[in-house]
Design a protein around this ligand. Structure first.
Ligand code: DGY
Length: 326
């Protein structure tokens, strides 16, 4: 008998075809997020789940599906999963690193350029029929080239952003709990800085770390005050890392110049204060959303799930020790 797997949200046909070769698949192709009760009920008899960051996989849910062996997240971030609870209950959890690194770095860069050059504001101006003609002081932005870029979180995506920055001849400084080896710093032309030094010097601050209790409100009112009034903040990693209410105040009173945001606290219910501001560029958590990358993420998750359900160790297992707890 094939193992039973639930796919909680819409995926691509090739993902379902691949899964169907190995599993008995039930999928939610209507793509309406499953509420916790429905998710628990549909997972009760399942051996595996391919899920998304919109699904909360916590201990209570795991307790109600004792057969579950694998939680395959279709995302690199996994703050929707209680990893310790998975490990304790012998459930392997997996994510999708690597396949989205470049795409997500591109979006961070796109937000930086769009915010610096006021692109969404400019487009809204044209669409509103306000453009009367060229003039010298129109929509003055700031330069990205030769500016100082501060990257907080120098993992895979942070490093790729640093490489992109070389093309714009930017000075790159970074902060991370773990300092990079000297040869990597050299290759990336990135200089280590304390968080405070980075906040004080950067023209652009890009956040690129996972959300976890230690990174909750890593950027709040105090940190925003340490930034230059001309600085721009980019958050395309996870909501909750920035105190959004404090950011709105800082954008209103000129503590910083602007922000480019792809992730929000409590998304998709973002703080309505953002909508009143011209100096933000807003995107609906599309960092990894290109056709090729989303297909690759779904297939990576599918392969992780199948590996776990056929007795193997998934390539992207986050808690290999879970296997021995089942
Ligand atoms: C991730 O993979 O964590 C992304 O945020 C999902 O788009």
């Amino acid at each position: 008998m094939k193992p039973k797997l639930l796919v909680t949200r819409e995926v691509f046909d090739e993902t379902l075809d691949y899964l169907a070769q190995h599993c008995e698949v039930e999928s939610n192709q209507q793509d309406i997020p499953l509420d916790p009760g429905t998710l628990a009920q549909r997972l009760r008899d399942k051996d595996g789940v391919a899920c998304c960051l919109t699904d909360r996989i916590d201990d209570q849910l795991l307790a109600s599906c004792p057969q579950l062996k694998v939680v395959a997240n279709i995302a690199v971030g996994y703050n929707n999963i209680d990893l310790a609870a998975c490990t304790a209950r012998g459930v392997m959890a997996t994510n999708t690193p690597e396949v989205l690194t470049d795409t997500t770095a591109d979006l961070a860069f796109a937000l930086m350029l769009a915010t610096a050059r006021r692109l969404t504001e400019a487009e809204a101006y044209i669409r509103a029929g306000q453009w009367q003609g060229w003039h010298l002081k129109q929509m003055l932005g700031v330069d990205v080239h030769h500016a100082t870029l501060g990257i907080i979180g120098m993992g895979r995506i942070g490093r790729v952003i640093a490489r992109r920055a070389q093309g714009f001849e930017m000075r790159v400084i970074y902060h991370d709990p773990v300092r990079l080896a000297a040869d990597i710093e050299q290759r990336l032309k990135a200089t280590y800085a304390s968080k405070d030094e980075l906040l004080a010097q950067a023209d652009f601050v890009i956040l690129q770390m996972p959300y976890m209790p230690q990174t909750h409100h890593l950027i709040g009112a105090a940190e925003l005050k340490k930034m230059k009034p001309s600085a721009i903040l980019i958050n395309s990693t996870r909501g909750g890392i920035v105190d959004d209410a404090a950011l709105i105040r800082a954008l209103k009173d000129g503590t910083i110049r602007a922000a480019g945001l792809d992730t929000f606290e409590g998304e998709p219910q973002l703080n309505p204060g953002f909508l009143e501001l011209k100096n933000v560029v807003l995107a609906p958590h599309i960092g990894s959303s290109t056709e090729a990358t989303r297909r690759a993420m779904a297939m990576t998750a599918a392969k992780n799930a199948v590996a776990a359900l056929t007795g193997g160790t998934p390539p992207n297992v986050l808690n290999p020790e879970a296997k021995s707890n089942k």
